[in-house]
Design a protein around this ligand. Structure first.
Ligand SMILES: [Zn+2]
Length: 80
């Protein structure tokens, strides 16, 4: 499987969805929501609290969203 980076379009309406991973580029922690209730990276840049519907990112430029794909390499290209 390979990682497919997801573009972050806005700080509102984060695409929190099963299968989406959140990587803190500051400390390297990778978080997958829905595997627990509270997620926080080691440097506390990312702070998710599912019960409180809270999703705080202190430094958005240090966040990368991605998902895993087992599709072919040319998935992002034109379909054939
Ligand atoms: Zn961090």
């Amino acid at each position: 499987m390979r990682e497919v980076t997801i573009e972050i379009k806005s700080l509102d309406g984060w695409p929190i969805a099963a299968g989406t991973y959140y990587e803190c580029l500051a400390c390297g922690t990778i978080i997958e929501p829905f595997q627990g209730k509270v997620w926080r990276c080691m440097c506390e840049n990312l702070d998710f609290d599912y019960g409180a519907a809270r999703f705080v990112v202190k430094v958005p430029s240090k966040l990368r969203l991605f998902r895993y794909s087992d599709g072919p390499e040319e998935e992002d290209g034109p379909s054939r």
